[in-house]
Design a binder for this molecule. Sequence first.
Ligand SMILES: [Zn+2]
Length: 467
Amino acid sequence: MPNPSINPDAVKENALSLAAALGIELERAAELLNAHVMVTHDTGDPSAVFIAAEARALLARTLQHVDDVASKAVCVELVIGDALPQSTGTILWLSIESGMAVIARERRTGATETRLHPAVLFVAACYATAAVVREVIGDGMPLPRRERIVLNLEALGISEALAKRTIDLGHAYLAGAGAIGTGFLWCLRWFAVHGILNIVDFDWVKSRNLNRQLWYGPADIMRRKAERLAALAQGSFPELVLKPRVAQLQDLSDKDGDPQWLRRLIVAVDSRAARRTLQSELPGEVFDASTTDIREIIVHTNRQPTPLACMECIYPRNAQEDTRARSIAAALGVTVNDIRRGIIDQAAARLIIGRYPERNLTEESLIGEAYDSLFKSLCAQAALRSADQQQVFAPFAFVSALAGALLAIETVRRVGGEPVSYNYWRVSPWEPFDIRLQRRIPASAECEICANPVIRQVAAQVWESRQ
Ligand SMILES: [Zn+2]
């Protein structure tokens, strides 16, 4: 059966990511992802119905075939709740009991629980999707693989009281309507959120983005992400006004004199450099999630004034990034200073088009795109041969979606007034999240923002009086 969620560009994007992560040839990666899987669930169990739908959607953006009917071609089947497998493939069982989700090769009896919040069930769906993809990838590959994944869903901190609470976002900004930004709104809609959210992104939806950017479909290609995401998601937010802003955040005119400017900033951009640029705008509160290709997610928050780390502390400019900037500049035929600006302008677009005449690139499709994003797509095969470039590959849908979901949960917990003591959490999509990795990281003495007494004083003056 054809899979409507994925197109040839998105298929290729997934294969590039997998090839880079595993250090294998592109053809082999494409072969692995051209797999048939199934999701079977107890149709009388609402939690199982919910997880099955989300897992199917995430799988359909990653693998070529998510089948409805059993056949010999099915290599992995996810069975959710009290249901029987239908295929002869490897069976992964997902059950939820007492706030714990278990994904395992062994069957556990019992229905899933009905009282769990959709955001929490979605996190379970992301991990179940990862487990299926990991099973499809098979033995001998450098990604963690576990017989059993046990997720303590209660540790995500969505109490029944919080789930019922009205969350007033006030006048907030979301920087980035790509993979993490779309995942954020996908999950945020399950909470009672009020206020205004400016969705800030200059970029267009690209064909290859469909492998990981939720909400978007083929009809959105070459339309502005900010406008499409606001239009597609607004119906799910009766009390939150989504305002599309086609711009880079630092160029918005609100900056001049609006007292609500960056009181609350949700960060879902796709590079370390962009995060530092955003932090230098001195936002009041930052909620941030990032992915390192398909391997890792970082969740970070800060609120000024604070002795704790900011994004510049968490994502300092490092030697690897400098090397990568030089590699990207060389590959695209632009300067390192161009790369540091983050976004492709017209002059750079012309240089890149000249460099890759066979790729049929257009100025329209390049201007406004992040260099990192373009490089992820254009130079992936070349980067396979160079270890220092491995961090630039796009994640799979379930990795970005998990990052977006954790970002939404963090935002809701903190804005909703729950006491949260950590400011940094490192999470793997392949292994159970571990709250022992939640840490409280102080500001760095090397940070250009936190270690500068003048900037600290300005941040204190701006935000101390308003929090
Ligand atoms: Zn800092």
